[in-house]
Write a protein of this length. Structure first.
Length: 256
């Protein structure tokens, strides 16, 4: 029988609606700071999210949506994007520190349950480590960063999601095999990354990812839920549970 030893969390879109309420707002603020007349709407951002990573997303936007764009005098594209991205990270952490990105329904409860069950926790994310730290410190008790044994981030690996690198890094650092873990994700890119690392994945979707291909997920829910806020099951089996619990995660793993 497979035993659940660790839960690996994605961050953006899974722990909180950081894409809509954090990253998108920060990108637009940076465009203003850089005197650009660019503005990403919520709809356009939904499309741009298919490209993971902030720097990669800006480059894709220039190539696809601003073909006439000319770099400021004396600038080189990748270093200019890196400068913009550093500004965006500063904007993002400032926004998150105001409490604009609360945890999604059920996240805090599930984290507490996992801790009480002595199951290990890690993070596998595309975003920058300082963004993860700012989200944890604005939403969880002091010292909560240490609850996550590993924070594997996009800038620590060769290839970002949907490549498996960031999950493989988390597994390697925890010295666990993929069959001992569950990944919690919100997007097709995240699912493909965890799957390629061999990890059983539970999806909680959101407004940007609803309708994406989650065929290979073990379970697809609309949130992690609470006792008084039961989940809607979009695919898979919840074995009679009305919200995501450690028991349910264990059953999902055993049946995967
Ligand atoms: C998250 C992302 C990130 C953020 C921006 O993907 O794609 O790029 O949007 O973060 P996932 P940075 O949830 O699948 O990990 O700007 O720091 O790259
Ligand atoms: Mg995500």
């Amino acid at each position: 029988m497979k035993k659940l030893k660790a839960v690996i969390f994605d961050v953006d879109g899974t722990l909180a609606n950081t894409e809509r309420d954090g990253h998108l707002v920060a990108f637009n603020k940076t465009f203003t700071n850089f005197n650009l007349n660019w503005h990403w709407s919520n709809e356009l951002y939904g499309e741009l999210l298919r490209v993971t990573g902030g720097k990669e997303r800006i480059l894709h936007y220039i190539e696809k949506h601003q073909p006439e764009f000319e770099l400021p005098e004396g600038e080189e594209l990748s270093s200019w994007i890196a400068k913009m991205h550093a500004d965006k990270t500063k904007c993002y952490t400032d926004i998150v520190a105001t409490g604009a990105t609360p945890l999604r329904t059920g996240v805090k409860r599930l984290i507490e349950e996992i801790r009480n069950a002595n199951i290990r926790m890690a993070i596998a994310t595309t975003t920058s480590p300082e963004n993860v730290t700012s989200l944890i410190s604005s939403t969880l008790p002091e010292g909560a960063e240490k609850w996550f044994e590993v924070i594997a981030a996009g800038n620590m690996v060769k290839t970002k999601k949907p490549a498996p690198d960031v999950y493989q890094l988390a597994l390697e650092k925890m010295e666990l095999s993929s069959s001992e873990c569950i990944a919690l994700e919100d997007s097709n890119n995240g699912l493909r990354s965890a799957q390629a690392a061999g990890i059983t994945t539970v999806i909680t979707d959101n407004e940007y990812t609803r309708g994406e291909n989650f065929t290979n997920a073990a379970l697809v829910l609309d949130s992690m839920g609470e006792p008084d806020q039961p989940v809607t099951v979009l695919a898979g089996e919840t074995y009679g549970e009305e919200y995501l619990t450690v028991d349910l995660l264990e059953k999902v793993l055993q049946n995967s």
